[in-house]
Structures are given as structure tokens and as C-alpha cells.
Design a protein around this ligand. Sequence first.
Ligand SMILES: *Cc1c(COP(=O)(O)O)cnc(C)c1O
Length: 371
Amino acid sequence: MGKKIPLVDLAAQYASIKPEINLAIQRVLDNTSFILGDEVKTFEANFAQFCQAQHCVGVASGTAALQLALLACGIGMGDEVILPTHTFIATAEAVSHCHATPVFVDIDPRTYNIDPERIEAAITKRTKAIIAVHLYGQPADMGAIQRIAHKHNLVVIEDAAQAHGATYKGQMTGTLGDVACFSFYPGKNLGAYGDAGAIVTNDDALAERLLMLRNHGRGPGMKYEHQMVGYGERLDALQAAILDVKLKHLRTWTKARQARARFYDALLTERDLKPPFVLDDVTHAYHLYVVEVGTRRDEILQKMKAQGIGVGIHYPIPLHLQPAYQHLEYAVGDFPHTEAAAKQILSLPIFPEITEAEQRRIVDVLREVLL
Ligand SMILES: *Cc1c(COP(=O)(O)O)cnc(C)c1O
């Protein structure tokens, strides 16, 4: 067996920026300003600028970003929120924690993103919002989603947890809806050294509400006066300092992911395998590089793992079939494209530092176990 190749290599990335990171951490330790303060403000300003948006509010995780964004948009008891059934469960959990109901929709099987053609059939009198997930780093079909939202007066929330720096028709994720949610979970394209997240918006009033919601309902400059019943979901200063260092490298890392993806595309095509489909008018941030390997997928996964290749499945169980959502009474067969994908997809290792030799070995092993 050759050297192990992980799905994502956080150690290689730290090694490439160690002095800058250590300096930033030391600065926070020396000035002991651990909660909010300049580190958080600086990162928020820089991440807003990166997204070409007016406001960024740093929060404790991507999950918190989703929940606070929904609350800030007034989503609550009795409301319905439309989202794809093929996503990480946090997208739906946030809706449930607002006492609203997640309403699942099937995917476009080419992109794995919500199929806009199926959204209108899911709209009822109670529908208040659509969460567009940019899964794997490819923006959802935002033009079509916005047309439907506009017609039915719905809020559009981006779940951009996997899509930092991706674009739709030249426009950055984070500015494609009313409000956008990012995760900085360590393995994400921009990853902290712990949990972290952010909400991005061009809406001044929404940003103001979000600043209060994340910080116990405190208004600007207030300590023991609380304007609303809020949450303790602030972004840590240590994580903000780390993220601000890493943000300076994000464009380079995204370009490297895109170059690594093009190399995979070529290797797969050479071997008569199908590379992932990408829409014409988007740039994909390649958080994950996902291929379909047919219904022997679980066997292929095990064989590749046995050869030291860190493959994964994102995600094996659609949300409508999760035990946690049994009470919504969906059934097998409700969303056939998602159910088929969940059985056949395989995520290949991708990260900026992966080498061409490693990619060749991965595709060679894949080809061999497929035979
Ligand atoms: C990672 C992720 C989240 C949740 O982010 P956390 O920071 O882990 O809370 C939400 N949605 C999607 C699509 C994700 O990939």
C-alpha cells in the first residue's frame, strides 16, 4: 500500500502558513481580548470585502449562522422553509430550531443542487423562505430561484458553507440572496481551528438585528441592557485572528482547488469515467470533488479505503429519510434523484496541496476497483 492520502489535509495547510498563524494566536493571547473586539471586527470587514458585500457578522458556527439568519428574517412557528433534501443536516436543523417546518425538494441530478423546477409545487400559504445550498462548492441556480422567490414573496437564504469564493454569473456567493451563511468548520475551504461561521448580507437592518441576536440581544455599546432575547453565538477572537490570516490565502487556495479539479476531470475522461457536471455561468469552489461510481459504491469505497485513499460520501442518507425527520412522514421514493445519488456518489480527496502524483494514484485505484 502506498502512502495514505486523506480526504482533506489540514496538517499540510498549517505547515505552509505556520509562522503567520502562530504570530496571530500569540497576539490574541498577549492582549487577552478573547470576546469580540478588534480581531473579530477586522475579520468581519475583510470577509465582507472578499464577498463584495456590505456586512459580515461573525458567529460561532455555520449552524448558528443559519439559525440566526432565519430568526433575523422573522421565520418562526408555523412557517415553512423550502430546502434540498440532499445537504448536510444542519441546513434543516436550523429551520427546526426556529420552530418552523423544513419542506424538502429534490435535486437536479446533474449538479446535486435544488431543482428550481420542483420548488413551486412545494410552496404553500405558509412558505416564507427558500434555502439555496451551494453544495460541494457549486452555486445553485440562483436566477431561477430568485424568479420564484420574487413571484411568491419569499426570502432567499444562501447556505454557502461549502462555497466560499464561488461565483454565479460573475457575482460572489454571499450576495446572491437576501442573506448568506458561511461555515468555517476546519475542513471547509476557509477553515478555523475549531467551530466558527459568518452571516453576510447587504441589508443594513438585518445586519443590525444579527449583531444583537448573536450577542444576547445587546445593542451597540450595551452591557446589561438587552433589546431582545438573543443567543450566545459570537465568533471567538482567536478564531477570527486565524481566519483573517487564512483569508489572505483563500483566492490562491481556491485557484489551486480548481486546477486540481481540472486535472481530475482530464484523468477521469482519459479513463472513460464521467467528471462532475458544472453549469456554464458559475465558478465552482470545489469544496468536494464528487463522482458517480454506480450502485457498487459501498464496495468501491471500502476497497479504496483499504488502499489508503481517504474517500467519503456526502451524504449517504437524504434528510427526508433521516430518523430525526421521521415525524415529517416522508417515504422512500419521494425524491428519486436524491435517493439515487445517495447510493452512487463518492467524494475523492481534494485540497489545495494535493499533488498530481496523488491524484493519478487515486484515479488508478478507482479504475482498478471499478473493474
Ligand atoms: C458544514 C455545513 C453546515 C454547518 O456548518 P457548521 O460550521 O459545521 O455548523 C451547514 N450546511 C452545510 C451545507 C455544510 O456543509
